[in-house]
Design a protein around this ligand. Structure first.
Ligand SMILES: Nc1nc2c(ncn2[C@@H]2O[C@H](COP(=O)(O)OP(=O)(O)OP(=O)(O)O)[C@@H](O)[C@H]2O)c(=O)[nH]1
Ligand SMILES: [Mg+2]
Length: 372
């Protein structure tokens, strides 16, 4: 019996050598599902051996960014340039043996940047501390890919991340999977499924050992998306790209490189000269989609100097988590002014989704002390 690794490689080779068309769609979809299942098994075994512990990285700040790139592209030098961290840099590969955090301030938010060991091809299979690095990548809020003129294979980096269950710049598919003990399998959808026709949906569920329960599609999902929903351990992380050592590149070389990178639009930076570093920091800040929310004590103007920094999609409940505990306990409602309010001073509950620059007053239960 071939090892898990050999089985995965054989299936990947089979996919590569099969022409994709209507006749082979179902077969290829099933092969993809088999690979996904084998990868889950590989992860489970690595965990059993204690191989996927990863680094203990203490997160701090309002968001965490992971610097991902091949060895020697200048990750550590860039981190030092952007932050106050002292990260070892050297002319040799693999100077970073552990993960070095640095801190960055951007419009009132503090952003933690993690300098990680360079990724090598095969990282997802555990090469060169790859598994540890990838387990940290899974926990970041933004991936900053860094390439340089000698290491331009962005696709290779993306594939290592994808292979470990990271989905870049995407969102979870609208598929609800509910396994059960018996009763058979029902697959239903609110839209026509054009990618999973001809029994492929059932085949994929079978590969995952799902014979009972329901799978409901709320979008015209691909086989890959269905596999993601069934695997269940996917993380969805935004990503941006910078090209380091850009002082070595002329305008024509930059244009040529940029043309290979879509959908990414790279920043051309130089950790050595400082070129475009401020612009990159600004790009990082914007990609993290922070919200600044101002708390307004009743009957007084909002505190414009000290916004509460939240992330896009945050609710009143997330805001309360940042406020003193007695406010959280005696919370009765919130009043909101700004982009998220239907009218100024709208009364909302904990689930209300806030927007940037909102002003919020916490209304406390009668008898509690008014917030100060
Ligand atoms: N020309 C040029 N060299 C740079 C630049 N940034 C870094 N370097 C050099 O590139 C080499 C590698 O830099 P590091 O910062 O150690 O690279 P790294 O990506 O952290 O490497 P690992 O930690 O081994 O993965 C060093 O010799 C740096 O001086 C740059 O903008 N321009
Ligand atoms: Mg380094």
């Amino acid at each position: 019996m071939a090892s898990i690794e050999e089985q995965i490689l054989a299936l990947e080779e089979e996919i590569r050598s099969t022409q994709y068309n209507k006749a082979t769609q179902r077969h290829i979809g099933r092969l993809r599902a088999k690979i996904a299942v084998l990868r889950l098994e590989r992860e489970a075994r690595a965990k059993g051996r204690g191989g996927a512990v990863g680094y203990a990285v203490r997160k701090s700040g309002h968001a965490t960014v992971g610097l991902v790139g091949y060895p020697s592209v200048g990750k550590s030098t860039l981190l030092t340039r952007m932050t106050a961290a002292e990260s070892a840099t050297g002319a040799y590969d693999f100077t970073t043996v552990s993960i070095i955090p640095g801190m960055l301030r951007w419009r009132g938010a503090s952003i933690q940047i993690l300098d990680m060991p360079g990724l090598v091809p095969g990282a997802a299979r555990g090469r060169g501390r790859g598994r540890e690095v990838l387990s940290v990548v899974r926990s970041v809020d933004l991936v900053l890919f860094l390439i340089d003129p000698d290491h331009t294979n962005l696709r290779g980096l993306v594939q290592e991340l994808e292979g470990s269950g990271v989905r870049l710049n995407g969102r979870p598919p609208k598929i609800v999977v509910t396994p059960s003990e018996r009763g058979g399998l029902t697959i239903s959808s609110t839209v026509r499924l054009t990618h999973l026709a001809g029994g492929l949906g059932t085949d994929i569920a079978r590969e995952f050992g799902m014979h009972n329960g329901s799978i409901v599609f709320r979008e015209d999902a691909t086989a890959e998306q269905m596999i993601d929903a069934l695997a269940g351990n996917r993380v969805y992380i935004p990503a941006i790209l910078a090209v380091n050592k850009s002082e070595l590149l002329g305008p024509a070389e930059r244009r040529k490189l940029a043309a290979e990178m879509p959908p990414f639009v790279p920043w051309f930076v130089s950790a050595k000269t400082g070129e475009e570093i401020e612009e990159l920091i600004d790009g990082i800040g914007r990609a993290l989609r922070f919200l600044r929310v101002y708390v307004k004590p009743p009957g007084r103007p909002p505190d414009r100097d000290e916004p509460v920094i939240l992330r896009d999609g945050s609710t009143v409940a997330d805001l309360l988590d940042r406020l003193p505990v007695d406010l959280r306990r005696s919370f009765r409602a919130a009043q909101v002014w700004g982009a998220s309010a239907r009218f100024p001073g709208q009364t909302v509950g904990r689930d209300h989704v806030l927007r940037d620059e909102d002003v919020v007053t916490v209304v406390v239960a009668r008898g509690s002390r008014a917030p100060t």
